[in-house]
Design a protein around this ligand. Structure first.
Ligand code: SF4
Ligand code: SF4
Length: 212
């Protein structure tokens, strides 16, 4: 059994100080861990919750949102506003969708509850803007965010881990989510650097209370 050195001996011999100095000298000999950002970028881990986007449906080339309003209902920040029209068959058609990203707390509830895997928090983490309007994402901007994210993705397809969370009972998921396959990503070289462009004129109107 290892015998413990009495405290007063450790104090007299400066044991803790010597241990600290030894750690300092060992670290001095290791290569630096500083990343030369932005030249060296990190690849976010799966499940990273970054800039919002509408997944572009490869079949329709539009968003998949069915205006169910689940995301707006569950959002704790009340930063999603939705409007829709209902046709004679009772089918909802989205007329307005906006997220105020400055109010978002990136909890991921919206992407977790979406029954059709329409809204996602992408792995894009660089999206500065000079104006508040630059953080209000409407339908076109959300699709645009997807295109930029897709252009940067180093994988040929995207699958959000929240669409089928580990340990979830797959049978209890919505049918679309159960059948959801990885979304093929078209690499679009002209998509530019994520989040550095301002929204186009006419986009980015602030959501109003009671929209949803
Ligand atoms: S991630 Fe943001 S937008 Fe989505 S539910 Fe959470 S607070 Fe709302
Ligand atoms: S939960 Fe999905 S389908 Fe429903 S309104 Fe939100 S984004 Fe659209």
């Amino acid at each position: 059994m290892r015998r413990r050195v009495p405290d007063f001996v450790r104090k007299i011999l400066f044991v803790e100080i010597l241990k600290g100095l030894a750690l300092t000298f060992r670290t001095m000999l290791k290569p630096p861990v500083t990343r030369q950002y932005p030249r060296e970028r990190r690849d976010p881990k799966p499940g990273f919750r970054g800039q919002h986007a509408f997944v572009r449906n490869p079949e329709t080339n539009r968003e998949k949102c069915v205006a169910c309003q689940k995301c707006a209902t569950v959002c704790p920040s009340r930063c999603i506003s939705i409007r829709y029209e209902t046709d004679e068959h009772g089918v909802r058609h989205l007329t307005k969708y906006e997220i105020d990203a400055l109010r978002c707390i990136f909890c991921g509830y919206c992407e977790s509850v979406c029954p059709v895997c329409a809204i996602v928090l992408t792995e894009t983490y660089e999206y500065a803007s000079y104006s508040r309007e630059g953080f209000v994402y409407d339908r076109e901007r959300l699709l645009h965010n997807w295109d930029r994210f897709a252009a940067q993705l180093k994988r040929p397809a995207y699958f959000n881990m929240f669409w089928r969370p580990a340990g979830a009972d797959v049978k209890r998921l919505a049918v679309v989510r159960r059948l959801q396959q990885p979304v093929p990503v078209r690499q679009t070289p002209d998509a530019g650097i994520a989040g550095t462009r301002e929204p186009r004129a006419g986009q980015g109107q602030a959501p109003t209370q009671g929209d949803r």
